[in-house]
Design a protein around this ligand. Sequence first.
Ligand SMILES: Nc1ncnc2c1ncn2[C@@H]1O[C@H](COP(=O)(O)OP(=O)(O)OP(=O)(O)O)[C@@H](O)[C@H]1O
Ligand SMILES: [Mg+2]
Length: 319
Amino acid sequence: MGVEIGVEGLTKSFGHQVIWQDVSLTLPAGEVSVMLGPSGTGKSVFLKTLVGLLKPDRGSIRIAGTDITALREHDLYEVRKLFGVLFQDGALFGSMNLYDNIAFPLREHTRRPESEIRRTVLEKMDMVGLIGAEDKLPGEISGGMRKRAGLARALVLDPEIILFDEPDSGLDPVRVAYLNQLIVDLNAQIDATFLIVTHDIASARQVPDNIGLLFRRELVMFGPREKLLTSEEPVVRQFLGGRMQGPIGMAEEKDAAQVEQELAQLGADADPAPPGVPDLTPRLLPTAGITRPPRWEAIADRESLRQVRASIRGKAAGS
Ligand SMILES: Nc1ncnc2c1ncn2[C@@H]1O[C@H](COP(=O)(O)OP(=O)(O)OP(=O)(O)O)[C@@H](O)[C@H]1O
Ligand SMILES: [Mg+2]
């Protein structure tokens, strides 16, 4: 069923550099959440903190009711078995072939016989389209293949919580489409709790139940997908719209003068996308034949309600 993760008042710094502060959010059990944010805002640091690889300065992380920030290394080791993690760089062992890389968590954490391990490894390799590449070393394959090997490895322990750090970077658009479908199907089948870091706005719009945005050392917003997609908050609109105009600049944040200047250039009615009926991208559905989890009904109702409200707002603004 997946487990809920409750983050409360979380702050992380390295030396004097505060990465983010006072982050609070709940990743609902069994739902898919996406974390967005400009490069360098600490998304990878956030994922590593959730698995207990980095210690926060303050705050708590409750996983199935236990605050993992208070755990000792031995108990953390047990908690980590709940997780499947795809690190940003794939983090494969360079001297091991793909088969052994993917079998590694099973050999490390379980006492299953090799025959059973083999079945699981080949099943996951098939799922990510890597059958035939068992004997390849990570250095001999493309970046996209390494990503998919990392993905297969993240899934072998049938995790309750799955964290993906940019699973789609370095993949071609067709593979990204397959990957998104795989994520939606997997979630419907195993109902684990997913958190995905991505820069791909199209994926962020159609895959998750919830979206969060990190910017300027804060969690600007975290909530249901449709809430962020229809938000008027300038940072959220700029990021989800993939626009240059707005508070976010090339070097993460623009100075106030630059934002003023841009707004002046754009003229009085500056907003390039005035309020109106927002574009609520349809959700990506599980492949036909896969039963949808019960929460899908509730989410569909919630989304249609929001769209009706937005359309009324849009008409009011236009009249
Ligand atoms: N172990 C570490 N020690 C010191 N500083 C670190 C460490 N890990 C990350 N940082 C710093 O924390 C900040 C956030 O890094 P992080 O990798 O989380 O960003 P990100 O949002 O994942 O960026 P990207 O989108 O480019 O992957 C950066 O300034 C980075 O230099
Ligand atoms: Mg990162």
